[in-house]
Design a protein around this ligand. Structure first.
Ligand SMILES: [Fe+2]
Ligand SMILES: [Fe+2]
Length: 167
């Protein structure tokens, strides 16, 4: 059975946000694997396993997160900033998380301190996703009218449409 903590989105999630929630679902599963790997709870143990997770993180970043962050930063965040002024502090924090995640991914090439880096990346990715699912997405659903929500949804789809077909 799937662990309930891996199911990030409510069944009432607005259709405009579902493609992002789909990525979040995969991101949470990866974040959990990263933390387990760093704690020595996944085989193969040691550097070999850590390198596997580092590779998985890089692939997820290239295949999903680059476009995902772009969709959030270029479509979702600006619209919320414009229509829901009280979301400003949360949006600033989420944008800082993106930057921190980008920087941490770039550091994965190095073997030294890899366990801590993989753990911290898993931890940050999970906290970031939960903040979006629990705080940001409900704001979107409560505060945006249907026409606005649909327009943002179309922009998100367009940006994510550049996604390469997964193998
Ligand atoms: Fe995000
Ligand atoms: Fe996200």
């Amino acid at each position: 059975m799937r662990h309930p903590s891996l199911i990030p989105f409510s069944p009432m999630r607005h259709p405009a946000l579902i493609p992002l929630s789909h990525d979040h679902h995969h991101g949470l599963a990866l974040a959990l694997r990263c933390r387990k790997q760093a704690l020595g709870q996944l085989k193969p143990m040691g550097l070999k396993g850590l390198k596997e997770r580092a590779q998985e993180l890089r692939e997820f970043f290239t295949n999903n997160l680059v476009r995902h962050f772009r969709a959030e930063e270029n479509a979702l965040f600006p619209k919320l900033r414009q229509l829901v002024p009280e979301s400003a502090a949360l949006l600033d924090q989420l944008a800082r998380d993106h930057q921190q995640l980008r920087e941490a991914i770039a550091r994965l090439e190095s073997d030294s301190g890899l366990a801590k880096l993989v753990f911290d990346l898993g931890d940050l990715l999970e906290r970031h996703i939960r903040k979006e699912e629990r705080e940001l997405f409900p704001l979107f659903e409560q505060q945006l009218g249907e026409t606005e929500a649909e327009a943002v949804g179309n922009e998100i789809k367009e940006i994510l449409g550049a996604r390469p077909v997964s193998p």
